[in-house]
Write a protein that binds this ligand. Structure first.
Ligand code: FRU
Length: 498
């Protein structure tokens, strides 16, 4: 083991004991200590879900990248394993960037990641290439012939600097494909496919998809999978331009669908291009297929555009993952719901039915910081739709985060401008809720101390955001202009992270 890895392993163990559990979310994965960004190597291996993550243990800001590691039997109770990769070779000395994992035929666990190193052509710039480490689920050894894909494997004319985030998938004929993000000659993203029989030697196969300057520039962190016969490419575009309520400027996320011919490698887009999440803090999601056939996605519950917006508390960690979400398709749209395992954490239900009100109202027993709350909303008078509905949560002393619904505009806005935050920044985002003009809306909010994930109309859209609040802020209140009726169902959720 290298000195760098050894030192990081000692450091994270020693620091972890100093972090009280209540300074972390209850069931969202945070780094052992320090900084976390993208989920990496999300895989099922040896009876455990493995989640690696872009990690810098020594600071709460991005710096030289390691791969942190945690495992779980149910995607919610995470147990830390020692940091898996350190930037300890000349070919990855400036960082072990994002990548994926797969179990080999012989049972070994293989990690494919981007090694960052000073460019040969211009040592002032970094270059990127793909590397491999193989291990037993705890300790990993980098292979002797790294990098396994270098800049010479990039098609002629395409960018030799941005080349990263390999995601390995397995085709039906048992060969492997690694999808890599790259910039094409037109300066916009493209996803390259490399093929291998053994996961060790790789050859360029085909360009899977080209951005053609439609959605941002580079498409980071690709993933590609099939659901009900249709294929879905998910990526995280940098420098995307705002487009209606679909995309906001900056670092976004995108899914697109199409048909994929596994023999020729041809992907024909079917025409949907949508955000994966409509909240403020979401980026770089990765998926895994569970043994019972569910496609589960976890993202980084942060966004590069909001990492400097920090709350009152000085925490020894920064960044967390989203809930595991099951992907499914309804009417051609990729939808998400919290993984069913979350239901096992629920207890102490409080319900209200057919509650009509106008103005402001709170309900006894409807409060909390670690909860699963479903609100089913409709107009009190179907002939006269109300003008506005809001729910405030993480509320204390006049500070709160809100969801504001406007049935006339058919929009839902997440708004944390009035939360306990002293930084200006992106604090609002609106998405459209098609077909909600009659005032019908269903919201499922999962709160976990410092975050909210809102599943809209059974997961047609999702909004994720970090919440800034007093550690005691647990108030929830409802506000309506015009008459509404609603059903409420709230559960407490168990603390589950060890
Ligand atoms: C996405 C990303 C990846 C890169 C990693 C570096 O958030 O920029 O493209 O591999 O983060 O930490």
């Amino acid at each position: 083991m290298s000195k760098l890895l050894d030192k990081a392993r000692d450091y994270e163990k020693e620091q972890y004991d100093k972090i009280p559990a209540e300074l972390r979310p209850a069931f969202h994965l945070t780094p052992w200590v320090g900084w976390i960004n993208d989920p990496n190597g999300f895989s099922y291996h040896d009876g455990y879900y493995h989640m690696f993550y872009q990690y810098h243990p020594y600071d709460v800001r991005w710096n030289s990248m390691y791969w942190g590691h945690a495992v779980s039997r149910d995607l919610l109770h995470w147990e830390y394993r020692p940091v898996a990769l350190a930037p300890d070779e000349s070919y990855d000395q400036h960082g072990c960037f994002s990548g994926s994992a797969i179990t080999l035929e012989d049972g070994r666990h293989l990690l494919m990641y981007t090694g960052v190193h000073p460019s040969d052509e211009d040592p002032k710039r970094d270059a990127q290439h793909q590397c491999i480490a193989i291990g037993d689920g705890r300790d990993y050894e980098k292979v002797a012939n790294n990098p396994v894909l270098s800049v010479s494997d990039i098609p002629a004319g395409d960018d030799k600097i941005d080349f990263r985030d390999p995601k390995i998938i397995r085709l039906k004929d048992n060969t492997y494909v690694a999808l890599c993000a790259n910039l094409s000659a037109d300066g916009s993203g493209q996803i390259l496919m490399y093929r291998s029989e053994d996961c060790l030697s790789w050859k360029f196969w085909k360009v899977l998809a080209k951005n053609q300057n439609r959605y941002g520039k580079m498409w980071e962190c690709p993933d590609f999978f099939e659901i009900d016969g249709m294929w879905y490419l998910i990526t995280s575009p940098q420098f995307i331009l705002a487009e209606g309520y679909e995309f906001i400027s900056g670092n976004g996320t995108l899914w697109l669908d199409g048909s994929f011919d596994e023999e020729t490698g041809e992907f024909v887009e079917a025409g949907h291009h949508r955000s994966i999440d409509y909240g403020i803090d979401f980026y770089a999601p990765q998926t895994v297929l569970t043994p019972d056939g569910r496609r589960i996605m976890i993202g980084w519950m942060q966004n590069w555009d909001s990492t400097e917006v920090r709350g009152e508390e000085e925490l020894p960690w920064f960044g967390q993952m989203t809930l595991p979400r099951e992907l499914f398709v309804k009417d051609g749209i990729l939808c998400q719901k919290p993984t069913k395992e979350l239901e096992d954490l629920r207890h102490a239900p409080v319900t209200y039915e057919n509650e009509g009100f106008t103005g402001s109202k709170a309900f006894s027993g409807i409060a909390g910081q670690i909860i699963d709350l479903t609100i089913s909303l409709r107009a009190a008078d179907p002939q006269k739709v109300y003008q506005k509905f809001s729910v405030h949560f993480a509320e204390k002393d006049g500070h709160y985060t809100a969801l504001d619904f406007d049935p006339q505009e058919q929009t839902l806005t997440i708004d944390r401008r009035f939360s306990l935050i002293r930084h200006a920044g992106i604090h609002q985002r609106t998405c459209s809720i098609e077909g909600s003009g009659n005032g019908d809306l269903k919201l499922r909010l999962i709160l976990d101390r410092r975050s909210v994930e809102v599943f809209i109309n059974d997961g047609e859209k999702v909004m994720s955001a970090i919440v800034f609040a007093d550690p005691e802020a647990d108030g929830i209140s409802f506000h309506a202009k015009g008459g509404v009726k609603m059903d409420l169902c709230k559960y407490e959720l168990d603390e589950s992270v060890k």
